[in-house]
Every structure is written in structure tokens, then in C-alpha cells.
Design a protein around this ligand. Sequence first.
Ligand code: CUK
Ligand code: CUA
Length: 637
Amino acid sequence: MKSNWLLLIIAAAIAMPGCKMKNTASAVSGDAAARTYVAPGKYDELYNFVSGGFNGQVSVYGLPSGRLLKLIPVFSVNPENGYGYSEESKPMLQTSHGFVPWDDQHHLALSQTNGEHDGRWLFANANNSPRVARIDLKTFKTMEILELPNSGGNHSSPFLTENTEYVIAGTRFSIPIGNQESALDNASYKKNFKSTASFIGIDKNTGHMQVSFQIILPGMDLDLSRAGKGPSHGWFFFSTYNTEQASTLLEVNASQKDKDFIVAVNWKKAEEYVKAGKAKKMAAGYYHNTFNEETHSATSEIIKEVLTLDPEELKDFVYLIPCPKSPHGCDVDPSGEYIVGSGKLAALIPVFSYRKFEKAIADKAFEGEYNGIPVVKYEAALHGEVKKPGLGPLHTEFDASGNAYTSFFVSSEIVKWNIKSLEVLDRVPTYYSIGHLMVPGGDTKKPYGKYVVAYNKITKDRYLPTGPELAQSAQLYAIDGEKMQLLLDFPTIGEPHYAQAIPAEKIKAQSVKFFDIAKNKHPYLSAGEKATKVVREGNVVHVYMTAIRSHLTPDNIEGVQVGDEVYFHVTNLEQDWDIPHGFAVKHAPNAELLIMPGETNTLKFVPAKPGVYPFYCTDFCSALHQEMQGYLRVSPK
Ligand code: CUK
Ligand code: CUA
């Protein structure tokens, strides 16, 4: 967060003694317990996918209970199940800068058909090493990771169009294209630094991602974005800050201007330019990692070029709308007519009208140009302003009845307002300092509504103290009445930024229970215990191993020497739901494997000293779980 935030927070804290929160117990009313109690053995109503922030992963909660159901490893290694440690998963984290075992995961997007969540895939961004991942909602596994060229800080991502035609990835830190070295003064910034909006095309059937084209924009920081829908389908709207193009954001350098911009991109028109051969090929070298469901293994491919479009050259597909002070969230309502900008330092919320914006372009109601891109007059595109809604507006979500819910970081609250009348209807405090908020389906044409969840940045006194760091806190509010009602606090993993939620009915029946071993095409599969063996090729030893309740085969392995590269290829022969087996070797400088039924996973071990190395199953799987063990004998060379 920028230093101007700090100033604002300090100012707000001084101005508002109310920042010392009121008696929070009184904020919860009578039926909150009944509304969030999911009885033992009963299922939750919704899946809630929550970003992990600096944890790099995605976690899955049930709503309304707030129960943690799963952690899906995406951008960080995960010793618990060998993600990033097993030979099969290592390629997933390869990038043009080598193996990157950590990232900062901010936003999530469920795939959509006709502007509604379809329950097929979940997309996630990596902010640090710019990447986008696709998670399959049949297996809850990361299936694909695509690196992005010409990007520094992939924050404005992975928002998507109403039929998942494209997933977007916008650069938060402008950088010199090609990442050459550059001086860091203002003049060099203006000249050399660019931001890019990558349009990642999604294959309708497989979900496969590819960078279809990139739009090279002037150096300004793309923060967040949303696709148009309904009447505005074909457009993408991005918020930007630092349109001063200052190379340093210290001393509130970048927020001197009264207004920054919403960048409106006509992606249908961009597509036409690409089809007409007007895009430029640029040399690149970025990784596309995919997990194959049949071999249960990931492979990496290096992509050598990317198509780029320059809006200073090709006119009429990028426009700018002025938006007050340092906009963060940029959200489109369910009708697709209203675009809400949230200036972090603004004392109002501007709501733009798509129809008016379209007309402003037709009438050429421009106030000028910015780096060759037309700037639409603020008033010409404006539907109206929500006056004095709160301090530090960040993000807006919507219900199905024409209401908007905006999070306010500085004044620590959610404010409900009506989109048409712009009238503030209700406000509730959050504990404390809310970032994103999420209404289930609130980014779609048909919000499920019913709840809003606040993802708070500061926890303080909400839970038992656990040293200097406390779990970040999510809070569930009911929004099906006239007034919002706080129902529940629940701790979360990492730093949740955005989240998505979908009715359980839409995905629970498709959930895969185990992998069909008859379809396992792993090159080192052991299809049954009889197929197990130990094969030496020079100093490489392949152990074809099986795991089934309650033994590992083979269990005693001899003939291995110090310095050999030993690969344990363990196939889990079970064909039953929820029977993974684990596998760990004493002193193997690796994590364990956690092998799903029907899958094959590989652990590499290069023993450095002679001795006897026990190995065993790490996941309690039957009454004879302890008996799933064996020995590796390592002899001197
Ligand atoms: S965000 Cu990434 S800084 Cu408001 Cu979407 Cu938290
Ligand atoms: Cu297999 Cu414990």
C-alpha cells in the first residue's frame, strides 16, 4: 500500500475517535447463530473460494458456516501434498526466471457462461511473477499456469468476460518492455515504461489458456478491472493510478492529480485488428505449464512470441474516462449499464453510464488526449455520484435487487446504496479495515445475493491472541433483509484479497472421487502389485511401487548405492473415495508425496551416505496404516 494511504489512515484515526470500535457484541443480533449453524453431517449452502495473498494458494470454505474445506496449492510449493516437490508437479512452477516456489495471489474468477458462474473452472492471478492459473472444479486441482510477458505485477487479473472468452491480466507496475534496464527518473519513466493488458483466450472445451494479444498502454498502473456485460459486452474497464507517470510514489507524488482514469478497452474491436493482421509480433519467451490428466504429470512449453496492439497507432479501441483520485476498484453492475469507480482518496463514488459513455464517443465529447488516447469528458459519461459515502472506497459488489455494496478501508465499513438513485441505504462496521468484499455471484448478471463477506486487513482483538501475527478475519453478513446483519467471524489463511462463491448445487455432483486406474497413462505406472519392479539405468534407479491398504510393494529395496538418483514412482491402487496414501523417505530432502487413488507420483532421492533408510505411508489410511512401511538399503559406491 502506498504512503498516501498511511497519511489518510492517520488522518482518519485522529478525526474519528470512533475508530476505537464500539462494543462489538451488540452488532450481532438474535438469529445469527441459527443462520450460520450447519449441523454435523450437513453440507454448506455455498463454496467460498478465497485468495491466499502472500500465502500463494487458494482456500475453500463452506458458507454460511465459515468452515475450512480445503487448501488448493497454486503458486506456492506445498509440502503437505508434495506440490512443487514431486517430479510430476515441479514443471507447474517453472518460469522464464527459473523455478519460482512462492507468489502473491490476489484475485479469483469463476468461469462464466452467459454472465453466470458455470462451475467449470476457477482462475487465479500471481501478482509477483506475473502468471495466471486455472483450477479445475471437478478435481480442485491446479491444471495450468501461464506466465505473462511484458508485465510487472499482475494485479489487474484474472477478471473475465461473460462467456469466459478472455481472462484479463493487467500490469500494476509499469516496466520497460522487454525488461531492459532503464534510469528511474520521471523522464525515463515517461519514455520507457509501459503497462500491458494481456487478453488470455480460453478454449471453450478444455479451458486451455493462451495469450491471444496484448495491448501496450502508456506507463500508468493498471489496478483492477471488470468486463462489460449485457449492453457493455465487448468492453473491459480498468482502473489506473499514477497517471502522473511519476517514477516514485513517495511523498504522495503520484496522487497529485485531481483525477486518474478508467481505461475502457473495446476488445471486440481489438480482436478485429488482430484478425486483420494489424497486431505486431514481438519476441518473448514465457512459460506455459499444463497438467495432463492422463499422465498425471505437468509439462512446460516455452512460447516464443506475442502479438501486441498499440492504441496510439490503431485508433478507436481504447478510451479514457476521468475518475477521481487514485481509483482502485472498478466494478460493473449486473445489468452491464453502470460502471463504478472507487477513488481511494476520493470523498465520493462516481458511477458511469455505459450508454452515456457510448454516446460521448459517438459525439466526440472529449476533453483532450493522454499519450494519444482520447479522454472522454467526465460529465458526459457520468450517471451520477454517491456523495459522502465513507472514507477510502475500495470495491463494489451487487445484489439482485439493484443495490451496490462498497467496502471502505479507512472508515472500516460496508455501505449499501442504490445504483439508480445513488442514495445510501445502510452501513455496517467491519472489524477492521476491510479490503475486498464479496457477494456470491455479485460480479455476474445474476447475483445469488443473500450474503456479503468482508475480507478484513486488520484483526486485532477478534480472536485469542497468537503472538504478533493474527489470522486475517472474514466476516459474513446477511443482506436479504433491509438492513445488513453481521452473522459470523471466521479466520482465514494468508491474506485474502478477493474471493468468489457459488451455490454448492452447481458443482458438488461433478466432484471426482478417485482417478480411474485403467486410464492412468503415467510412464512409470505400476498397474498392479505384479507390475512393481526396480530398474537400474546407469546411476538412475527407478522404483515402480504400489500403495494399497495396507502395504507398500516392494517394501525392501537393495542394490542402491550412494550418489544414485533414485526415483520412487508410487501408484495408489485404491479405487475408492478419500483414500490417499502418503509416502516419505527418511532424510530425503523433499516433502512427502500424497497420492490420490488411481494416481502415480514420483519422489526423487539422491542418498549421500550409506545406511538403511526407512520409508512409510504418512496418511493414516486403515487400521494397519502403521504397517505401510519398508527399507531402502544404500551401499557405499
Ligand atoms: S486488492 Cu490486491 S492490494 Cu483491493 Cu484487489 Cu488487496
Ligand atoms: Cu497408506 Cu497410511
